[in-house]
Design a protein around this ligand. Structure first.
Ligand code: GLU
Length: 327
């Protein structure tokens, strides 16, 4: 049985980019009568707000996306909210520590900025860590620990990695790419990479379909699966929606939040129809229900390239609705 999920961070209103990822993740699972999970990724308590989480659920339902397990309906792997799963991340951390895969890092933000090397093509989490603290002796570690609480980093194996992304195709990642990454910050917050791996494994997720900005997180996650002895899911990364300035589509580009589109009178069929059209699932721009896309859905039909959205394309969402109401 295929199991997929949508795992948003409730740090802002749901926008067209999130909606596209959620839609494709849902279609990929429902097409094969699999189970779909909604998980709220709110370990970053400073960025996350319960109000956004509540809105996300409403916006997903409005789009016609449903789930079998989630924060509101429960399920066999509850809780479906990361902030209530911290004990799981702590146990995984102990396992990694016992296996000798972690080391303490005492570098400050300023140190990191100063020693940052050119990134190895990994963009989502800043420049690669140069490994300074990996080379400390035990004596140096104990002196530093007396003065400062360290963060914990995962020591990447010295080996290249290959995997096949179900949308983006074969990926080859050189050894050490991205650098050793933080799994627990000095202030106690767990890293996204660790939490997402622990949860996807614990919840039996077989297919991860998500935004293209997380493609470069995937090698780190694959190494964590390996280190924890857990089976890794299949991955597929959905093209990002970009503004004409090449940046991820956001409110600076216009009305891209589902809330705003709803307020402007758009119907879910208009938004879903527009998403299906821009990502390559439908040739024609016409209103369609999420469930109507199931019949001929194929992941192969989703385009690979980021989708550049200009103001005229955004206005088309409303025009679909006008044409529709005029007929
Ligand atoms: N919580 C992450 C985000 O909203 C997504 C995690 C994932 O899908 O792996 O960016």
């Amino acid at each position: 049985m295929k199991r997929g999920r949508f795992a948003p961070t409730p740090s802002g209103p749901m926008h067209l980019g999130n909606a596209l990822s959620a839609l494709i993740a849902w279609l990929h699972i429902r097409k094969d009568h699999g189970q779909f999970i909604l998980r709220i990724e709110d370990i970053d308590t400073q960025r996350s707000k319960p109000e956004y989480a509540r809105q996300l659920l409403e916006d997903l339902r409005w789009l016609g996306i449903d789930w079998d397990e989630g924060p509101d309906v429960g399920g066999p792997y509850a809780p479906y909210v990361q902030n209530k799963r911290l004990d799981r991340y702590e146990s995984a951390l102990h396992a990694l520590e016992a296996a000798g895969r972690l080391y303490p890092c005492y570098c400050s933000r300023a140190d990191l900025a100063a020693i940052a090397r050119a990134p190895h093509g990994l963009a989502s989490e800043g420049p690669a860590y140069a490994g300074t603290c990996r080379r400390l002796t035990a004596a140096e570690r104990s002196t530093k620990s007396a003065a400062k609480t360290p963060s914990l980093r995962f020591a990447l194996p010295d080996a290249p990695l290959r995997f096949v992304d179900e949308i983006q195709g074969p990926q080859q990642v050189p050894a050490g790419s991205g650098g050793d990454f933080v799994v627990k910050r000095a202030d106690g917050m767990f890293g996204y990479q660790l939490a997402v791996v622990v949860d996807d494994a614990a919840m039996g997720v077989t297919h991860v379909v998500r935004g293209g900005d997380l493609l470069d997180s995937t090698p780190r996650q694959l190494w964590l699966y390996e280190a924890l002895g857990l089976p890794a899911p299949a991955f597929a990364h959905v093209p990002l929606l970009l503004g004409e300035d090449g940046r991820k589509l956001s409110k600076r580009h216009g009305a891209v939040a589902l809330r705003e589109l709803q307020a402007a009178g758009a119907a879910p069929e208009q938004v879903v129809g527009w998403l299906a059209h821009v990502c390559g699932l439908r040739d024609r721009l016409e209103p369609v229900k999420a469930s109507e896309l199931l019949g001929d859905f194929r992941l192969e039909n989703v385009g690979k390239q980021p989708i550049v959205v200009n103001g005229q394309m955004l206005r088309q969402i409303g025009e679909v609705s006008i044409k529709n109401s005029a007929t």
